[in-house]
Design a protein around this ligand. Structure first.
Ligand code: 1HE
Length: 264
């Protein structure tokens, strides 16, 4: 999308079919103010059709310090509070259930709403400097960006309770073991790794990526009977597309790559 409609806290570039979005408010540790959250929503809603994957990363020493605490200081209106949280939900919904896979590069603080943002992306690549925290308990507030739904599904309710009750942080290594990230790389190597992975995903059939992003999470949450039935529908939709048919013929006629296992 054109950067014209984005706030200055979001910098958008692209490399072929991969769009790169940078949280760009390092002087505030990429804390998310309302304009940035609304900008995220617009960005993911308006992605040009030729974009097939997105890489999200943060400028400066930290991925994201979470909610800009100035936005809720002085809040006394319950209704506004609900609407504020729902604004975050809508923005992160566009990321999680959008058209393309989103790869996030995590470094330094991945904190509060920053962790919630990361949890709405599909693949998280953590650098060794990354650490995770949910300091809502210390601030007297609660998760509001969908984190109570998404983060327990990654690391479990018990870990979320520990982080929120005790102020504990998880290191990048602990986060990797717990399920916060799928990849753990050296400091400074995250963006290159995310680009490599995003380019691979961008080369997949669009319908398969759509199914992975939009059907799989619903199937995984459904009761098994509904899940099996929905899967059968999705399988039939995917395999009957011309693109799938071409790819299947390419394999059978030795034009497509085999599965190659490399230790990574
Ligand atoms: C901020 C924020 C912020 C930094 N809102 N202004 N999030 C938190 O509780 C995390 C709060 N932030 C921190 O603990 C630290 O800033 C960091 C560990 C992330 C980084 O430390 P450091 O030493 O590199 O930076 P700093 O000096 O603390 O911050 C630099 C500036 O950014 C400073 O402002 P300045 O005017 O004095 O220069 C900070 O005040 C400002 N800053 N983080 C506002 N978060 C939808 S609900 C989600 C609920 C949550 O996200 S709760 C968790 C909020």
């Amino acid at each position: 999308m054109s950067g014209d409609t984005l706030p200055s806290t979001l910098q958008a570039t692209r490399d072929g079919a991969v769009a790169i979005l940078r949280l760009s408010r390092p002087e505030k540790r990429n804390a998310l103010d309302d304009e940035t959250v609304k900008g995220l929503r617009r960005y993911f809603m308006d992605l040009p059709e030729e974009i097939r994957a997105v890489v999200l990363h943060g400028e400066g020493a930290h991925f994201c310090a979470g909610l800009d605490l100035g936005e809720v200081t002085g809040a006394t209106d319950l209704h506004r509070g609900i609407l504020h949280s729902q604004m975050w939900h809508r923005a992160f919904h566009e990321i999680q259930f959008g058209r393309v896979p989103v790869f996030s590069v995590l470094h330094g603080a991945v904190v509060g709403g920053g962790f919630e943002l990361a949890a709405s992306t599909h693949v998280r690549i953590a650098e060794k400097s990354a650490y995770y925290a949910l300091p809502e308990g210390q601030r007297g507030i609660f998760l509001g960006g969908g984190g109570s739904v998404r983060i327990p599904r990654l690391i479990g309710v018990a870990r979320v309770q520990d982080l929120m009750l005790t102020g504990r942080t998880l290191s990048a290594e602990e986060g990797q073991i717990a399920g916060a990230s799928q990849y753990l790389v050296e400091d400074g190597a995250g963006l290159a790794k995310a680009m490599e992975l995003a380019k691979k995903a961008a080369g997949n059939a669009a319908m398969t990526n759509f199914a992975v992003i939009n059907a799989l999470p619903h199937i995984a949450e459904a009761n098994p009977a509904t899940g099996f039935f929905t899967e059968s529908l999705m399988a039939a939709i995917a395999e009957t597309t011309p693109e799938a048919q071409q790819r299947l013929r390419d394999f059978l006629e030795k034009r497509a790559a085999k599965v190659i296992h490399t230790q990574k």
